[in-house]
Design a binder for this molecule. Sequence first.
Ligand code: ADQ
Length: 489
Amino acid sequence: CEKQEGRPFRQRLLVVANRLPVSAVRRGEDAWSLEISAGGLVSALLGVKDFEARWIGWAGVNVPDEIGQKALTTALAEKRCIPVFLDEEIVHQYYNGYCNNILWPLFHYLGLPQEDRLATTRSFQSQFEAYKKANQMFADVVNKHYEEGDVIWCHDYHLMFLPKCLKEYNSKMKVGWFLHTPFPSSEIHRTLPSRSELLCSVLAADLVGFHTYDYARHFVSACTRILGLEGTPEGVEDQGRLTRVAAFPIGIDSDRFIGALKLPQVQEHIRELKERFSGRKVMLGVDRLDMIKGIPQKILAFEKFLEENPTWRDKVVLLQIAVPTRTDVPEYQKLTSQVHEIVGRINGRFGTLTAVPIHHLDRSLDFHALCALYAVTDVALVTSLRDGMNLVSYEFVACQDSKKGVLILSEFAGAAQSLGAGAILVNPWNITEVAASIGLALNMPAEDREKRHRHNFVHVTNHTAQEWAETFVSELNDTVVEAQLRTRQ
Ligand code: ADQ
C-alpha cells in the first residue's frame, strides 16, 4: 500500500467528475502542458489527504488523434488523472446542451433560457441520448481502472446516469454520488421529461449525498412522488433495497488559507491593497460570472446604497472579481455585457476624477492575491440567486481572523444553513433589503462583528473539506457493509 508522508493510504478512491482538475494545452503532436485549474470541487478535494485518490474525467479538450490521446494519457497519469475522451459533437450535446442548458438552470430554479425555450424542448431527446452516451463512456473508463475494494465517488449533475451504468458492470462496486448544486423542489424536477430515468439511475448508487437537508428532502420526495417509492428516514427503499440519502455539507481546506496569510508575498499584497484603498471601506464579491451568482442584482443593490447614503460615496469601494465561464454561450455573453453596462453607469454616476466606486475584473485571481483580498475586506457580498453551497463565503471567513469583517449572504445559498447565524442573511432579489444590509454591515460595532465572525470561523475551521470527504467515504463503506448484512439475514 502506497504511503504519503509516512502514513498508509486508507483506500483507493476513484473520483469521477465531468472535468479533470487540470487544464491541458497541446504543445506539439505528442506534447502537453498541464495546469491545475480552479473551481469549487477542486478547492474542496485539494484538502483531502488520506485517500489514494485518482481522478477520472474529461480534460476539456478535443483530442481526435491517437498520438495526442496517448501522450495526454501519459502526462495526466503523473498527476493521478485518467482522461475520458469526448468528441466535439458529444460535448456540444451532452455538456453544453443537456448539462448546462437544461439541468444547470433547472436545478437553480431559473428555468430554460428564455429565447430558445422551444428549440431546447425540441432538441431535448437528442441531448438526453448524448448525456446517457457520455455517462456510459465515463463508466467504461471507470470499469477499466476499477480494482476490487475501490470506492467510486461520482460527482454532480453531469453524471446522474453513471451509478446505474457502473452497477450494470458490477453490482458489487461501492458507488457514491454527490450533487454540488441544489436539488430543486420535486415540483420543479417533475417538469423534466427524463425525470424518472434520472432518479432511477441515481438510486442505483449505494449512497447519495447533498449539501443540505433541504436538497436531500427534495430528492426523496421526488422519488416518492414521481417513482412511487417509499421514503424512509434513511433514504429511499425500492423492493427491499435501500439507497442511503443524506446531507454532507462541504467545507474548505481552512488551514491552507490561514497559512497563506502568513506568507511574505501575501503580506506584501495586503500592504499594497491597504495603501491603495486607505481611507475607504472595502467590499468584495468573488464569483464565477454565472447567472446563479446574482452579480447584476448585487451591483444594483450597491448603487441603491450609494444613492441613499451620499456620505459613504467616497468612503467605500466595491471590488467585484468575476471569472468568465462558458464564454461561448450567448446567455453568458449577454450577462457579461449587462454587468459591464451597469458598472460603467454607476462609475459614471458616482465616480470622481480620482476614484471610482466599483472595480470590476473579468478574470481569475491567483490563490495568494485572492487570500490578500479576502483579508483586507470589510464586507463580503455573496448574493447568489441559488447556490449549492458557496465556498467563497467560507474562504472569506477563513481569512478574516484579524479583521473580523461582515459577511452578507444570500438565504438561497446552501452556506446560509451553516453560516447563517454569523452572517447577515438577505433575499438577493430584494435590492432594497440588500442595500440596507450594506449599511448595517458597514456600521456594525466591533463587538457585534467579533461575535458573528467567531461563530463562522469556528464552523469553517471545524467542518473542513477533508472532514467532508472522509465522512462521505466512510459512510459509503458503512452503507455497503450494512446492506450486505441485511441481505445475509
Ligand atoms: P462554484 O459554482 O464554482 O461551485 P463556489 O462554491 O463559490 O462556486 O466555488 C468557487 C471557487 O472558485 C472558490 O474556491 C473560489 O475561490 C474560486 N473562484 C471564484 N472566483 C474566482 C476568481 N475570480 N479568482 C480565483 N478564484 C476564484 C459549485 C457549486 C457551489 C458549491 C461548489 C462546491 O455551484 O454551490 O459550493 O461547487 O460544492
